[in-house]
Design a protein around this ligand. Structure first.
Ligand code: 5AD
Ligand code: SF4
Length: 486
């Protein structure tokens, strides 16, 4: 077997891999994991697909639209293959897991389809593919046109056709431990504590593409966070599909959150996405009493009507959701709340939709991610009677009204913040010339004049204006030299 390191040595150049990620924070974190695994196996990580020998598109399957974007993008990347025939194009992540070998059949130029539980084997699998391409340096060549198999079949070494593979088995024993991660930021880090989901909301593809819930051991999580803090990272976000349902042995999520918040050097802890049912008094207590836990909570509601919630299998009523909101707001005054909503779930009546608007008016979310229902093959909601599916124009109107309502509320909330002084963690350069971007404890974005040397620092900033969703500000406590444009 020849490793990329050995190949690099033989050819004098290093094999380059490029990973492009779509979708949620878990996927962004998985993108960092894939880059780490590849870098650990001797690959160079390319910043552009044009420079890469291996291009991986790390995909999302949550809505149809997300998948269409990926199909378009993979088609574009294929054009690069004209100049680099040896190039391997891989599709990873949730869409890869969902479609598996069907993706190889549909997109003839995709060489590799791999779901998350396969990432550990990425270097080994790429080696097989690349050896197949070259007629093999090591003699272990796989069969041509492997369109319908999920595992390679060994065949005669003189066969010369490129191998194509789908690696989409769920591996219950895969715990993602001991793998290298190449983190994009040296300021803030994602820390997955849970993978998969046991909830099975009727619209959602996640349980089918990410499998059942798997929780990491608390000592492993804490070791990772301590390691991050040693490297100067001060903000961590714990990740899981229903992160607050995390449990391990005697441990429950509030204890994990408290322990992470107390790691030396960590100043801010966030977690996403919680399920409302697992927002317990114990969790609220930790949030209220641990100063390093940010005053921000994402609380996906999905609908403001009990009948729809029941048909979505969300397992709470509107009243129960609102009780959680009250509990959190009473204990943590000023906490920023965000949510997810799906409009036009099959069978949603006008009245039920109006109830969602009422809920949004009542809670007044600081931020909201608002979607039209998207049918996902294999999920229970697809089996609802066809006549219940909401007309696309009606769905679009429902979404638009909801977006308008939320934007108005958000602008009002943020306008009331103008003049306040807040602490931001400075992240990176803003798009506006001479500005840096920081985030408040409440996860709100502030652009303010400053130089790149401020990245990673905590600064006090006075909020001077808002676009509605984001802020402009001026630093109030930075040394003058550092606030000048570098
Ligand atoms: N259609 C539309 N939105 C969906 N979401 C999940 N599945 C679907 C679907 N089939 C939304 C939910 C979830 C967020 C991550 O994506 O609001 O909270
Ligand atoms: Fe999907 Fe529901 Fe699980 Fe969230 S809780 S990932 S919406 S099934």
């Amino acid at each position: 077997m020849v490793t990329p390191r050995q190949m690099n040595h033989l050819s004098g150049t290093r094999t380059k891999a490029y990973v492009e990620t779509y979708g949620c924070q878990m996927n962004v974190s998985d993108g960092e994991l894939m880059q780490g695994i590849l870098a650990g196996a001797g690959y160079d990580i390319a910043e552009r697909p044009e420079d890469a020998d291996v291009v991986l598109v790390n995909t999302c399957a949550i809505r149809e639209h997300a998948e269409q974007r990926v199909i378009g993008r993979v088609g574009e990347l294929y054009r690069l293959k004209a100049a680099r025939p040896d190039m391997v194009i891989g599709v990873t992540g949730c869409m890869a897991q969902r479609l598996g070998e069907r993706l190889l059949e549909r997109a003839g130029y995709v060489d590799l389809v791999m779901g998350p539980d396969g990432y550990r084997s990425l270097p080994e699998t790429l080696r097989r593919l690349r050896q197949g391409d070259r007629g093999s340096a090591a003699g272990a060549v796989t069969a041509p046109h492997a369109r319908r198999r999920s595992l390679p079949v060994m065949s005669a070494p003189n066969e010369y056709e490129p191998e194509r593979l789908a690696v989409v088995d769920f591996r219950q024993e895969e715990n993602y431990e001991g793998l290298e991660v190449r983190r994009a930021s040296s300021i803030s880090a994602w820390v997955p504590v849970q993978r998969g989901c046991n909830y099975r909301c009727t619209y959602c593809i996640v349980p089918y593409v990410r499998g059942a819930e798997k929780n990491r051991a608390p000592d492993r999580v804490l070791d990772e966070v301590r390691g991050l803090a040693k490297r100067g990272i001060t903000e961590v976000t714990l990740l899981g599909q229903t992160v607050n349902s995390w449990e391990h042995g005697e441990w429950r999520f509030p204890e994990l959150l408290r322990a992470v918040a107390r790691v030396d050097g960590i100043r801010r802890v966030r977690f996403t996405s919680p399920h409302p049912n697992d927002v317990t008094p114990e969790l609220v207590e930790v949030m209220a009493t641990e100063p390093n836990v940010c005053r921000q909570l994402h609380l996906p509601v999905q609908s403001g009507h009990d009948r729809t919630l029941k048909r979505m299998l969300r397992r709470y009523t509107v009243a129960e959701y609102l009780e959680r909101v009250e509990l959190v707001r009473a204990a943590i005054p000023g906490i920023a709340l965000s949510t997810d909503v799906i409009v036009a779930f099959p069978g949603e009546t006008d009245e039920e939709y109006e109830a969602t608007l009422d809920l949004v008016r009542h809670v007044r979310f600081d931020d909201a991610f608002l979607y039209k229902y998207s049918e996902r093959e294999g999920t229970p909601a697809t089996r609802l009677p066809r006549e219940q599916f909401v007309d696309p124009d009606v769905a679009q109107q429902r979404l638009k009204r909801l977006i308008d309502l939320h934007r108005d509320i958000q602008s009002e909330i943020n306008a009331a913040e103008i003049g306040r002084e807040v602490e931001v963690l400075v992240e990176r350069r803003a798009r506006s010339e001479g500005d840096m971007l920081g985030r408040t404890d409440a996860y709100k974005v502030v652009a303010f004049p400053g130089g790149e040397s401020l990245a990673g620092r905590y600064l006090h900033v006075r909020l001077t204006a808002t676009t509605g969703a984001t802020f402009r500000g001026v630093a109030v406590d930075a040394p003058a030299a550092e606030t000048r444009v570098a």
